[in-house]
Design a protein around this ligand. Structure first.
Ligand SMILES: *[C@@H]1O[C@H](CO)[C@@H](O)[C@H](O)[C@H]1NC(C)=O
Ligand SMILES: *[C@@H]1O[C@H](CO)[C@@H](O)[C@H](O)[C@H]1NC(C)=O
Ligand SMILES: *[C@@H]1O[C@H](CO)[C@@H](O)[C@H](O)[C@H]1NC(C)=O
Length: 527
């Protein structure tokens, strides 16, 4: 049996499964149809019994937000220290040999060799393995972003904080991870430019500017800039330089004079919207809303931003407006609703005493934002997306409308407290007209260990109810091991392919030389 035909058999054996797996991996979003929920008219959809639901006309939502949670790019903190020599066991070998007597030298040498084999080499191998892991993980995350954007066609993309794996990294390491983020994981995309983020109240026509498709909106998380107790101006600056502003907003208007204008004649003239419906995106740094914060000025920026964004006078938001709030830390809720319960940890007094870690915002901070989001007394017109807990969650926050007063509803003076339930179990609260509610979606992490999750939020303006509507779905593209497995299989096939080609050429060459030798042999004898 020739080696080339063995290799070729192996190539043929592995080729079909490799082809099938690769096609499945890359077309996965299409195969399971990971797509954005379609827009449909609410009142019609509810009135029609289940069997007829398919008959309700649906269309592609004009606003489709791809929401990715906590990629947490790791880096040199998980690698061996590059300043430590590769073979520490050999460092003292010279002096040990010099000092030792002649008969002890063989013993010193064998023990050093033993240390190299049992300690140094495994460490080096582990270091390379970790590097390979990091490299593969970047490509895996890039695969998630690329394949889901290709199939689902989002109009906007957001990463909901914890872009990086640690806030305690040097500027050099921060730069390396920033480059990996933009050039590998989100290759081909760019940060939202300052000319967009630094103009308060900026308004654009939804879908008009195609560059939104290649922009990535970045939310600041604890691993990017730290918690309230360790956020510094420097960390915020380098984050904003690399990924965009931490607090900003933008509004997207629907084109035309408002799609409701045709149905508007049926409504009272006073409720007819003269302005086109607009959807507002609010990107909020919630890392330093809670006390005690290390830098009160930075904290004031976030608080002032909320006050300005969510508590502005009503007339400034005339027309049918909806809000999508994008932030990192989930709102306060009782334990048991999501994977994480309420939890706070603080630095020791001599370390500043600030917030060291938190699972949720405190109750007053959550109330402040929720009250701000409902300051029109209209439920369902705002939605909150955040990350942080990795597992993901879907919560419905509600409170009685009776005691609602947007002017006095500042933290601490809430007449009826906000309550929370899992969104799935809140059908009666959502239907109850005497309650005010906000849906909060905690997007599951996109990391491999959480299944490579992608969140898909659709928003559209409902012509019948004259309100923005939101629908959310999500898709898991599979743990990183599947991605690794398929690519290793591909590598095996490619290796066998080349091996069979080269061994064939080699054997062929050998065969020809043999032939020449055989042909020339008798001649030489005859000479
Ligand atoms: C709402 O109205 C606009 C303009 O009249 C129309 O283009 C759109 O399809 C309508 N949407 C729905 C969900 O009915
Ligand atoms: C926060 O900022 C606002 C506006 O810039 C200012 O009026 C206010 O005094 C500041 N508050 C604190 C506590 O620094
Ligand atoms: C609606 O909510 C109010 C206030 O919590 C409650 O008293 C009432 O029973 C609820 N109605 C329904 C139909 O659930």
């Amino acid at each position: 049996m020739r080696i080339s035909s063995l290799c070729f058999d192996a190539f043929c054996f592995f080729l079909p499964p490799a082809l099938i797996c690769t096609v499945c991996l890359y077309l996965y979003p299409a195969l399971v149809d990971c797509s954005f929920p379609n827009a449909r008219s609410g009142s019609v959809g509810c009135a029609i019994p289940g069997s007829l639901k398919d008959a309700v006309p649906t269309e592609i939502a004009p606003f489709r937000l791809l929401a990715l949670g906590d990629p947490q790019l790791e880096g040199d903190t998980s690698l061996p220290n590059p300043n430590v020599p590769a073979f520490p066991s050999l460092r003292t070998l010279g002096t040990r040999v010099k000092r030792g007597r002649l008969h002890t030298i063989p013993f010193i040498l064998t023990s050093a060799a033993g240390e190299v084999i049992t300690r140094d080499i495994p460490k080096i191998v582990q270091g390379y393995r970790k590097r390979l892991d990091l490299w593969g993980n970047d490509l895996y995350l890039a695969h998630i972003y690329r394949s889901i954007s290709w199939w689902a066609d989002p109009t906007h993309t957001v990463v909901l904080g914890d872009l990086l794996g640690s806030q305690h990294i040097s500027d050099e390491e921060f730069g390396r991870r920033r480059d990996r983020f933009w050039h590998t994981v989100f290759a081909g995309s760019e940060k939202v430019p300052r000319t967009v983020t630094d103009v308060s109240g900026r308004s654009e026509v939804l879908g008009k500017d195609d560059s939104w498709k290649s922009r990535v909106i970045a939310v600041a998380g604890n691993h990017d800039i730290g918690y309230a107790g360790d956020i510094s101006e420097h960390r915020v600056e380098r984050f904003e330089e690399a990924f965009g502003s931490v607090n900003w907003d933008i509004r997207f208007k629907l084109e035309g004079d408002g799609p409701g204008s045709t149905q508007a004649s049926a409504l009272e003239p006073s409720t007819v919207t003269s302005v086109a419906p607009e959807l507002r995106l609010v990107i909020l740094n919630s890392m330093n809303l809670d006390e005690p914060a290390k830098d009160p000025n930075l904290q004031n920026l976030s608080r002032e931003f909320i006050r300005h964004e969510l508590y502005r006078p009503r007339d400034m938001l005339a027309g049918a407006s909806g809000t999508v709030l994008l932030t990192h830390i989930p709102f306060h809720k009782e334990a048991g609703i999501c994977a994480d319960g309420p939890f706070f940890d603080y630095f020791l007094p001599h370390e500043g005493g600030g917030v060291k870690e938190q699972n949720h915002l405190s109750e007053p901070s959550s109330d402040y934002i929720l009250n701000g989001l409902t300051s029109f007394g209209k439920p369902e017109n705002a939605i909150v997306l955040n990350g942080h807990d990795h597992e993901g969650c879907d919560t419905y926050h509600y409170r009685s409308l009776a005691s609602f007063d947007s002017k006095t509803d500042e933290p601490g003076v809430t007449a009826s407290p906000w309550q929370a339930k899992h969104h799935r179990q809140s059908a009666s609260e959502i239907a109850n007209n005497s309650l005010l509610g906000i849906r909060e979606i905690t997007v599951r992490s996109m990391m491999g260990s959480f299944g490579g999750n992608a969140g898909l939020l659709s928003a559209w303006f409902d012509n019948d109810t004259q309100e923005w509507r939101f629908e959310y779905s999500s898709c898991r593209l599979g743990v990183q091991h599947i991605w690794w497995g398929v690519h290793v299989l591909d590598l095996v096939v490619i290796t066998f392919g080349f091996a069979s080609l080269f061994t064939f050429l080699w054997e062929d060459m050998r065969w020809r030389t043999d032939l020449i030798v055989k042909q020339e042999g008798p001649k030489m004898k005859g000479d």
